[in-house]
Design a protein around this ligand. Sequence first.
Ligand code: ADP
Ligand code: MG
Length: 624
Amino acid sequence: MKETLGFQAEVKQLLQLMIHSLYSNKEIFLRELVSNASDACDRLRFEAIGQPELLSGGADFAIRLEVDKDARRITISDNGIGMSRDEAVAHLGTIAKSGTREFFAALTGDQKKDAQLIGQFGVGFYSAFIVAERVSVVTRRAGLAENQATRWESDGSGEYTIEPATRESRGTDVTLHLKAGEEAFASAGRLRTILRKYSDHISTPIRMKKEIWDKDKQAYITTAEDETVNQATALWARPKAEITDEQYREFYKHVAHDFTDPLAWTHNRVEGKQEYIQLLYLPSQAPFDLWDRNARHGLKLYVRRVFIMDDAEQLLPRYLRFVRGVIDSGDLPLNVSREILQESRDVAAIREGAARRILGLLEDLAENRKDDYAKFWDAFGQVLKEGIGEDASNKERLAKLLRFSSTGTDAQTSLADYASRFKEGQKALYYVTADSPDAARNSPHLEIFRKKGIEVLLLVDRVDEWMLSFLTEFDKRPLVSVAKGDLDLGDLADAAEKETREKVAGEFKDLVERVKSALGDAVSDVRVTLRLTDSPACVVVESDEMSQHLQRLLKGAGQKAPESKPILELNPHHPLVERLKAQSDDGLKEWAHLLLDQATLAEGGQLADPATFVKRMNRMLSHT
Ligand code: ADP
Ligand code: MG
């Protein structure tokens, strides 16, 4: 019985977008369909390890391309795993992919921008509709009988039909009925050229009927003989010197299901105790699901050229989850499962090897391809930072790869570059944490540093504070928060300042005591500071306590955070603070609370009771 079903709403939208935006890049439909055919063969090869009877139709895998010029038709066939009816409905009628929600939320309605996004999202099977007015798929799942095949058909406008069919053997035929105007694709020569360009790396043989030049007819004619049009060997197993950059790039698009070129790659064969080949890529853009906890990640695992699984996450540490590629092990058993991977010591060694390799690649970019490294950092820097906490053995190498905004330069800086700009007498790397670059730049804590021309790193990523709890020094020099503890600039403070410091502390002793009792348990301490030049007051925490910023982040994330009371620091040179001295106890209380609330706001904090703050402020304004 033939049924008509509607595409999931997102599929309709994707189809619309794709047909309009990938116009100049039509030929990629062939790459996508061949990539799927090759995946289907890989999947069956793997399933057959445990169920050899699935190969009863033959173990010779191949992808076949047929062209009918007159009928304006192309068929891509494979003898891979095929699909059952339900699988066809699920895979060819919906988008079951993490990041889908993020992708649709990111669409702007501007065709140019959206075309870029679509490339990033990946187009896959639906790209057939760029050139076809109708696509029909006949597919039979390995293990099912001849009459249990399925025919799926659609014109790409919103619905598709599905009905039972017969197919002589397992596998899938995807037939494209080309749109008027796209008949140029119904040419064996044209298809062969496209395949060489995009699909040469496919390890399953791609076969076409051989053509020969007929002198009399002055045209190519098709013969009955087959020829294989790709190299049909695993790309990663070929010698590096024989692989072109173009082939590396196209292979990346196949393994990563990505549409854009990779940023960089590293390919090598490891020999010795462990034998394996690694071909690892850095994508040039972050995928839509980078922050999705359930996103698939990991590498493709092969054992002696046999595909074992996609997304083997055990092959990479979590903080490198953006890396894509292939590991081909010479040692693991073919029947290796995810559970075994979890515990295997061989796998741990492969994972560590992959991490070292990627760090080496990143160091090379940072040193020799600075623009590319900046691109990488923009896309994945926040993820890499997780490594500081996760991977103690590579902490030093990772610390050198970090980049931060800073008051000392417009570009992002490494810690080493910052250290090279140290002021005379400077012994620590200073940083301020805040929710945004503006909040960081305007933080009152920076005043003294600005006055003295000391550079301060501006840390505005959510992971920064957490990361810094693991990174307390760089190159034997401490990393110091400008908002923590009693700021001691050490040798950076000049003699006059040191003197003032003591004198001032004495002079303000009384005032400090009065403010402290006026504020009660709203603060843990009150003291005078020389870190301020323009602001009357600021709040800080003890050096061993969690910063106010991190407390806010944790609370925002619904986690428990220790509630530490801030320390209020007063600027002894500020006229407002001067005026405090002359206040009665009641007046002083009003002023003290106002200064504390202001300081909390300036630091990016929220007031527990904003209404009282506003009332108090208005009261005081109408007094003057
Ligand atoms: P992706 O390849 O990234 O998963 P596609 O849109 O290219 O996305 O394909 C969607 C799904 O359809 C595949 O994951 C697969 O399950 C199924 N599929 C597509 N083509 C074939 C095929 N030739 N044989 C078996 N399954 C296929
Ligand atoms: Mg695909």
